[in-house]
Design a protein around this ligand. Structure first.
Ligand code: ADP
Ligand code: MG
Length: 382
């Protein structure tokens, strides 16, 4: 199998500060002066098909930004444009206000000081870990390259494996070597394309936490691509949500979760029941009740989103009559589906198992008005 690795090399930007190791076996000094990376009105197309359009985004120095979006939304393309292995059709890329790519400039990858860690981070199987990490340090003479590579291995706590080969490492350790290789040239910005997608789920949490700690200690500006909203919430200072090559929303986890700008953003962060309706006298009628729709004119078509955990089940009393049609045990919560009059698809809810007695069939559903999200009807939906 052909292995792939970065052939980029960079000038060292700054020497490590001599601060004592904060964690037993890892070096923890900053790698670089963190840089600001800006995308200005980026457009891109493959064979006439638009993949990115009107995309403007700034990643602040030292910030970890998660680029989140479904498959095919343009995440990898945006990283490739930033790294200089793909050219945008229009717009500019700036690093600390210096134009790296634009109408009249195109710096090649090795001149950008941007490190890229591919989705498939394959190490070279026939090279020691030290040589794997040293691979991109071609601008340095041999002894200096070795020293820098050992530094990078120390950063991920793996100096004791320097002379071993990749096959002796676990998946999580291989991922750390790949991170060391990306950090070794001391890039001003590091771009990581779905770095955890190849790891099994038990490993993911700890590798993710380690990676974040290493990025923080290196004081690197980082863009981490993921299609997993929870992963983005765990790792990022901010999230940029992409759909169909356009930026939908940028903000903190809290902003995106609590104040999604549209039904797509809402559904990306939690499972929802979705209803359509028309606003009348400031309210919209749904199968689960008539809710406030502030800020919409009468006659406006809207989408209403209700998160699964916001649907309450009452065994008696006020609420919309519903019949339980399925119930699935998921551990902390049960997933229930209900038939509700006037609703052609089942209503779903996540309920604590003790919230609804087993064997119950006919119940009443209620939703707190403050949990209702109302959006202008989306022009496209999927
Ligand atoms: P993501 O990383 O979010 O999954 P990509 O950036 O890989 O998305 O792809 C964005 C769009 O560009 C998709 O529609 C994809 O099919 C298309 N695309 C990606 N790479 C190529 C290529 N080499 N040639 C033609 N189309 C491509
Ligand atoms: Mg991709």
């Amino acid at each position: 199998m052909q292995r792939r690795a970065s052939r980029l090399h960079f000038e060292p930007i700054e020497k490590d500060f001599a601060i004592p190791a904060l964690r037993e076996s890892r070096t923890t000094a900053g790698v670089t002066f963190a840089a600001r990376l800006s995308f200005e009105n980026i457009a891109h197309s493959y064979h006439g098909k638009e993949t990115l359009s009107g995309l403007s985004l700034t990643v602040e120095p030292g910030e970890v930004l998660c680029l989140l979006g479904p498959s095919g939304s343009g995440k990898t393309t945006l990283l490739r444009i930033a790294a200089g292995i793909e050219a945008q059709t229009s717009g500019r890329i700036l690093l600390n206000d210096r134009e790296m790519a634009g109408p009249s400039v195109f710096l090649p990858p090795e001149k950008r000081g941007i490190g890229l860690m591919f989705q498939d981070f394959a190490l070279f199987p026939h090279m020691t870990l030290l040589d794997n990490v040293r691979f991109g340090l071609t601008a340095l003479e041999s002894a200096a390259a070795r020293e820098e590579a050992m530094h990078a291995l120390a950063r991920v706590g793996l100096t004791h494996y320097a002379d071993r080969y990749p096959h002796v490492l676990s998946g999580g350790e291989q991922q750390r070597v790949a991170l060391a290789r990306a950090l070794a040239p001391r890039p001003a910005v590091i771009l990581m394309d779905e770095p955890f997608s190849g790891l099994d789920s038990r490993l993911k949490d700890s590798v993710r936490a380690d990676t974040l700690a290493i990025l923080r200690e290196a004081r690197a500006t980082a863009i981490v691509v993921t299609h997993d909203a929870e992963e983005a919430m765990r790792m990022s200072d901010r999230i940029a949500l992409l759909r169909g090559g356009r930026l939908v929303q940028v903000g903190s986890s809290d902003d995106l979760y609590r104040r999604p700008v549209d039904i797509f953003a809402a559904s990306f962060f939690s499972e929802i029941n979705q209803f359509s309706g028309v606003v009348e006298a400031g309210r919209v009628e749904t199968p689960l009740g008539r809710f406030r729709a502030t800020g919409f004119a009468d006659g406006a078509s809207v989408d209403v989103a209700i998160r699964l955990q916001c649907v309450q089940v009452e065994s008696e009393g006020a609420g919309v009559p519903a019949r339980i049609i399925s119930r699935r045990f998921l551990g902390v919560v049960d997933l229930l589906t209900f038939a509700v009059a006037g609703c052609d698809q089942p209503v779903r809810a996540r309920i604590r198992p003790d919230g609804v007695p087993q064997g119950l069939r006919d119940v009443a559903l209620s939703v707190n008005e403050r949990d209702i999200l109302v959006f202008e009807k989306a022009a496209i939906s999927d």
